[in-house]
Design a protein around this ligand. Structure first.
Ligand code: BG6
Length: 483
């Protein structure tokens, strides 16, 4: 059965994600000879378009977004595997059209990966029609579905969506995507922790003072304001990307990398997060947000959040985790900082005067992907010390090759049937359970005022205060102009 052809059906093919990410990723996999034999990509959306028009559109996407890997010859080999079917898959007759078109294109049995790159309100109807049209049965090849974020808007809606999906697909067929898990550097967190013996013994409350996770962006909400205004930073970034990074840093080692054993550990971790106190959150909006087209007048949507949370287990008891993310900030950076405890006493003269400086380990997810460890060293010729860094840069150690885009890895895994880097039904709900109380608290407008920040800065002063009261400050090591 594994020799038969495979079809990737992309719902929402006229959308941005298909052109910027999905087809460039499939093109790069083709270039590297990593696509399954006989791969077809069938784009589906309501717009009228011929196969050739679709191919042209995708070519310009690959030229622009594949990471400079476009060449005419490879494209000429790849383009004939792209097809387009105009159909409204959210409606029964649209799905019927697609079923007929697939039967013609496939010329026999084929495996199928359905990719839902559509507005979230279409997830349930598309899945339902796939089921009703008999397009999910695995008698003629495997059937899998990839579902984009946002997966629900809180734990209740996520649970309801899981139930709707499970009426049609078995959980082993469902791949909920979080592209942060496909980033090389995010995957490397587990390698770093568990393929080395020297870090894990100190990876706990005895040695770690606190952990910071920053995912900052320079872009504002731009043309996505319509979506963003109903979503906000907690739903857009925290429930998924930041909590996934948290799970990789804080989870216990699974017995092996079996997808379920790995995800069991993440669920266990999420279930150990103590309900977040409202006074440990900062809710902010950049100045000028309300002027963007698509934003409701007087919108209270947060474009920035900072949270302090605790994990109630033996490893992390009492260790604060600070998480922040926002739009329209000074730099685009994703970084995790592990700050270790200070030495119990200091006999040297170090800066700041007579106070020991804690070691800091920075896991730089992007840009300048790498790992940095800061430690104290003696200044030559003087008796005092200062902080220096041990550095690892992907660009230096791995030959300067650009890192593969997250979607490449994730599409390949979905095609190969490995769901380790996708979120399981219970995992996505457990993550929502962490965010729900904050969303509820914030919805009670007066419970926590929305503060503003100036675009192009590192965010509101309240986020600095959140750490300041604990005697800490935010750190960024993977760019050098943080302060
Ligand atoms: C997406 C969010 O999931 O992640 C966007 O919807 C955000 O708002 C994006 O800009 C950030 O991803 P990356 O890979 O650019 O850090």
């Amino acid at each position: 059965m594994s020799q038969q052809a495979t079809t990737v059906v992309i719902f929402g093919a006229s959308g941005d994600l298909t052109r910027r990410k999905l087809v460039p990723a499939l093109y790069n996999l083709h270039l590297k000879n990593r696509t399954p034999a006989g791969l077809r990509v069938v784009g589906v959306s309501r717009s009228a378009m011929s196969h050739d028009e679709f191919r042209d559109r995708m070519r310009s996407g690959v030229e622009e977004f594949s990471g400079k890997t476009y060449n005419a010859e490879t494209w000429a080999g790849f383009a004939p595997s792209l097809f387009y079917v105009p159909a409204d898959a959210g409606k029964r007759d649209g799905m019927e059209t697609l079923r007929g078109a697939l039967a013609e294109l496939e010329e026999g049995a084929a495996h199928r990966l359905y990719y839902l790159s559509v507005a979230p309100f279409l997830y349930a109807p598309i899945v339902e029609h796939l089921g009703a049209m008999g397009m999910v049965a695995e008698s003629e090849g495997w059937r899998r579905v990839v579902i984009e974020k946002p997966f629900g808007t809180d734990s209740k809606t996520a649970h309801a969506l899981n139930e709707q999906i499970h009426h049609v697909f078995d959980e082993h067929q469902v791949y909920r995507i979080d592209h942060y898990l496909g980033k090389e550097t995010a995957q490397n967190i587990l390698f770093f922790r568990f393929a080395n013996a020297i870090f894990e013994p100190v990876w706990n409350r005895t040695h770690i003072d606190h952990v910071q996770i920053s995912v900052t962006e320079t872009v504002d909400v731009g043309h996505r304001a319509g979506y963003y205004d109903t979503s906000g930073v907690l739903r857009d970034m925290f429930q998924n990307h930041l909590l996934q990074l948290l799970s990789l840093v804080a989870m216990e080692p699974p017995p092996n990398l079996d997808a379920d054993l790995l995800r069991n550990e993440k669920v266990k971790l999420f279930n150990s997060v103590r309900p977040i106190a409202l006074h440990d959150t900062v809710r902010a909006q950049y100045q000028g947000y309300c002027d963007a087209e698509g934003v409701a007048d007087g919108s209270q949507t947060a474009t920035y959040a900072a949270l302090k949370l605790y994990i109630d287990n033996w490893r992390w008891q009492g260790v604060p985790f600070y998480l922040r993310s926002g739009k329209a900030l000074k730099e685009k950076v994703s970084e995790i900082v592990i700050q270790f405890r200070r030495p119990p006493m200091m006999m040297f003269d170090v800066a700041p005067a007579n106070r020991s400086v804690p070691n800091r380990l920075s896991l730089c997810i992007q840009p300048d992907e790498g790992i940095h460890l800061s430690f104290e060293a003696k200044v030559p010729g003087f008796s005092e010390g200062r902080s220096v860094e041990m550095d690892f840069h992907y660009s230096e150690d791995f030959g300067g090759q650009p890192l593969p885009d997250a979607y490449e890895r994730l599409l390949l895994d979905a095609l190969n049937g490995d769901p380790s880097l996708f979120t399981r039904a219970d995992e996505v709900e457990a993550a929502w359970h962490i965010i729900d109380p904050v969303l509820d608290g914030w919805a009670r407008g007066d419970a926590l005022p929305l503060v503003t920040y100036t675009p192009g800065t590192w965010g509101p002063v309240e986020a600095d205060n959140l750490l300041d009261t604990d005697g800490h400050r935010w750190h960024i090591a993977c760019i050098h102009n943080h302060d």
